[in-house]
Write a protein that binds this ligand. Structure first.
Ligand code: FES
Length: 154
């Protein structure tokens, strides 16, 4: 059962067991690479059980809002793209997720351009940054150059 919350669909229960969320394993253990050293590494975002409750959300970067991400959960898979649309800066993390031409896309809420969640590309040549996501020990991590948070950094 799903219900609308703003522009995102809220999923009341996961469609797939957690064990099926397997993504590329990091080269080092996740716990050993947390930190704020500015290097590209796995950054803790939050608990898996919490993050599957929304199809799209904003993830804040400690480096500043230009580096924020949109975290998307669709058909049992997480995707992370740059938060701000490459067209005119719309908030992609408030977009709707749709299956379009055989793959999953997010539709920008400002002018309705579609971006492929896997590649970050769209049909007119715009391209969002894409970021690896992994689930380990019930937590979700994104490979990024700065610490990440579900709430703004103060
Ligand atoms: S700002 Fe996203 S489509 Fe225009």
């Amino acid at each position: 059962m799903a219900q609308k919350s703003g522009q995102c669909v809220v999923v009341s229960s996961p469609a797939t067991p957690q064990e099926n969320f397997t993504l590329a394993a990091p080269s080092r253990s996740v716990s050993s690479v947390e930190g704020g050293d500015g290097t590209l590494t796995w950054r803790l975002v939050g608990e898996f059980r919490d993050l599957i409750m929304k199809k799209c959300r904003r993830v804040y970067s400690k480096k500043g809002s230009r580096h924020d991400l949109g975290l998307f959960f669709h058909n049992g898979t997480f995707y992370a793209l740059g938060a701000w649309c490459g067209h005119m800066g719309g908030p992609l993390f408030e977009g709707d997720i749709e299956d379009y031409k055989g793959s999953c896309h997010v539709m920008c809420p400002w002018h309705a351009y579609m971006f492929d969640l896997k590649t970050g590309k769209n049909e007119i040549g715009l391209e969002q940054s894409t970021h690896e996501v992994r689930v380990a020990d019930g937590k979700v991590y994104i490979k990024h150059e700065s610490p990440l948070s579900l709430y703004p950094f103060l």
